[in-house]
Design a protein around this ligand. Structure first.
Ligand code: FAD
Ligand code: NDP
Length: 450
């Protein structure tokens, strides 16, 4: 008997894989999707969703303090039931799983709960040895956390271990200065841990606007996080009940209950049979794709973190949808434009960014102008809070086209989306200035920057 045949097989049921499967099915394609683990992948299970749940709890903790400043009677040390928070978080995630299961059923996608491996450009072998054929294969197997190779690294965890914590550890060291390190540091500090951030360089969030990340570091410090720049972890070792990092450029005797590495993620390409199929990888192990998400092998495409292009959920989803619109939706030119992708670092308060940093703009354009607003949001002022907001706009050329918007402050996560539309549509400084403000808000500062 010949193997079951599909129009398209999708490897991975995370953000990109699910979006690919649903969109292909909506165009009438016969689709199989392989996912050996939980539906929703990193984002739903150990990424955006549980992270945002913890961030929201942390945000509430800060607001409870502000509420006391405004005159509410609040216990001196409001207590959080961590098990209850985890239960609520899980309930929310279970709801997403159920909704995906229903949608897979309704859309006719064959969901196969197994790993897949390519035998050639048209054949996938499932974990149990079953063979499947397809005219097209989409690889959406995501990425995994990396730990530095150093003695004792096994004593440290990653963001996956953070989500498995059943109680907040008292003393935490987080290694790294990127998205995950900054987010976990803020969340854990707000939820009761004593956090030290060990950053090997001299700044947070390489690639972001430097002025913004300086204010972010000040905010973290104001929140109580000990931020140590120029601090390289050389080894971890057990010390009593705790873990002691050997630090170059940091305190010699610090001991922590938990050490978490947030030192980047690598594309998950191992064991996929890519060599057998002839799919090219770059020097970091990411699948090389062209502007249409096609790999070096005809009939095999890849989307999401496995391609290491802007590792963000909406990017994986958008790339997958456009790919399927092109293959099955009669839109031969459909592809994702990777320019001006907005993103938010969920710090306290958050940092949202779209377009170029001032440094990047100065490299690219002769004429660059910048506008700023530094302010204390009203709630912080009323409640005697410490957090300051910093908004920055980067413009280029004689017509002052807006090429970068960077918002650090309360509500930045919600404010940025609309301004990202404006930036992508080519808004100029003059048009921003011509827009009447909405008062009193933080958002109005975006059109009032000087
Ligand atoms: P994934 O979602 O990782 O899905 C890949 C799937 O492939 C997995 O389910 C895996 O089990 C499956 N798989 C692996 N191998 C095989 C195989 N051989 N066969 C079949 N299936 C296989 N992004 C944001 O936009 N906003 C955020 O706030 C945000 N927060 C994050 C917080 C953390 C802590 C982390 C780690 C990431 C965060 N991200 C965030 C990034 C986001 O989660 C990823 O960019 C996104 O999940 C990538 O989607 P994907 O489909 O490429 O991969
Ligand atoms: P990042 O690439 O953002 O940051 C990695 C950090 O680790 C950098 O500060 C880097 O330093 C540091 N680092 C790397 N190697 C070492 C080492 N050996 N020792 C010490 N420090 C080291 O990766 P993350 O893991 O934080 O996140 C992965 C990706 O997931 C992000 O890039 C983002 O795309 C996505 N994500 C998105 C989120 C969101 O949208 N809110 C939230 C979380 C993740 P240096 O800068 O010096 O290289």
């Amino acid at each position: 008997m010949s193997p079951p045949s599909f129009d398209v097989i999708v490897l991975g049921g995370g953000s990109g894989g699910l979006a690919a499967a649903f969109r292909a099915a909506s165009h009438g394609a016969k689709v199989a999707m392989l996912e050996p683990a939980l539906l929703g992948g990193t984002c739903v299970n150990v990424g955006c969703v549980p992270k945002k749940a913890m961030w929201l709890a942390a945000d509430l903790a800060e607001r409870i303090t502000l509420a006391a400043g405004l005159g509410f009677e609040v216990p001196a040390a409001p207590r959080l039931s961590w098990p209850r928070l985890l239960q609520r978080r899980q309930r929310y995630i279970d709801g997403i799983h159920a909704s995906y299961r229903q949608r897979l059923q309704d859309s006719g996608v064959a969901h196969i709960a197994q790993r897949g491996r390519l035998l050639d450009a048209r054949t996938v072998e499932c974990g149990d040895g079953t063979l499947l054929h397809a005219r097209h294969i989409v690889i959406a197997t995501g990425s995994h956390a990396l730990k530095p190779q150093l003695p004792g690294a096994a004593l440290g965890g990653t963001s996956d271990d953070f989500f498995a914590l059943q109680a907040p550890p008292a003393r935490v060291a987080i290694v790294g200065g990127g998205y995950i390190a900054v987010e976990l540091a803020g969340v854990m500090q707000a939820l009761g841990s004593d956090v030290t951030l060990l950053v090997r360089g001299q700044r947070l969030l390489t690639g972001f606007d430097a002025g913004m990340t300086e204010q972010l570091a000040r905010n973290l410090a104001a929140q109580g996080v000990a931020v140590r720049f120029g601090c390289q972890v050389q080894a971890l070792q057990r010390r009593g009940d705790g873990i002691q990092p050997h630090l170059q450029g940091g305190p010699a005797d610090a001991v922590f209950d938990t050490v978490l590495f947030a030192t980047g993620r690598a594309p998950s390409t191992h064991g996929l049979g890519l060599e057998a199929a002839g799919v090219a990888l770059d020097d970091k192990g990411a699948i090389v794709v062209d502007a249409f998400q096609d790999t070096s092998v005809q009939g095999i495409s890849a989307v999401g973190d496995v391609t290491a292009q802007a590792m963000l959920t909406p990017v994986a989803i958008a790339a997958a949808r456009r790919l399927m619109d092109r293959l099955y939706g009669g839109q031969p030119e459909a592809r994702l434009d990777y320019d001006n992708i907005p993103s938010v670092v969920f710090s306290h308060p958050p940092l949202g960014s779209v377009g170029l940093s001032e440094e990047q703009a100065r490299e690219r354009f002769d004429s660059v102008s910048t506008y700023h607003s530094r302010f204390r949001p009203m709630l912080q002022a009323l409640g005697d809070g410490e957090m300051r907001s910093l908004f920055k706009m980067v413009c280029a050329g004689a017509d002052e086209k807006v090429v970068g918007i960077h918002l650090l402050g309360e509500g930045a996560d919600e404010i940025l989306q609309g301004f990202a539309v404006a930036l992508k549509a080519g808004v100029t400084r003059r048009q921003m200035e011509d827009t009447v403000a909405i008062h009193p808000t933080s958002a109005e500062e975006v059109v009032l920057m000087r």
